[in-house]
Design a protein around this ligand. Structure first.
Ligand SMILES: [Cu+2]
Length: 152
């Protein structure tokens, strides 16, 4: 690596770090979206049956830069949540919830929905890549409650 490209790489890392701090709670999966900027609405249903817990659809494709309003409807008999994050972020969060099952969050990338109710997440997808939405209530992920978001 030349001296110039080494400097450039350092500057890029510094810029990325600075950007993520300047915008508060954001993640590689994106950032909190504003209602006035919503470009797309996606309906997601939470379902239970035959010992399984599911999101329908479980595979969603988004265009980078879109601000998406997820309308999340709980069609089951239990509380569920939807958390949008990286796969790694959800695994860390899932482990934390297993240690502390009553953990509540008010994060912009998550919503908890009671049976028969609906909730929403407004999220702006700032990066392309493959991300995950999941229910991190203990046992639910393992029962099938996770899906994939592809941002291109
Ligand atoms: Cu659940």
């Amino acid at each position: 690596m030349s001296k110039t490209s080494a400097l450039l790489a350092f500057a890029t890392i510094a810029a990325l770090t600075g950007a993520s701090m300047a915008h508060g709670p954001s993640s590689p999966a994106g950032e909190e979206g504003h209602r006035a900027s919503v470009t797309r609405t996606v309906e997601v249903r939470m379902l239970e049956g035959d010992g399984r817990m599911l999101f329908e659809p479980a595979d969603i494709t988004i265009n980078r830069g879109d601000t998406v309003r997820f309308v999340v409807k709980n069609g089951g008999a239990l509380d569920h949540e939807m958390v949008i994050d990286t796969f790694e972020g959800n695994q860390r969060h899932k482990a934390a919830m297993e240690r502390n099952p009553d953990m509540e969050h008010a994060d912009p990338n998550a919503v908890k929905v009671e049976p028969t109710k609906s909730g929403e997440i407004i999220w702006r997808f700032t990066n392309s890549g493959t991300f995950e939405f999941a229910c991190l209530i203990p046992g639910h992920y393992q029962a099938g409650m996770h899906g994939r978001i592809t941002v291109r």
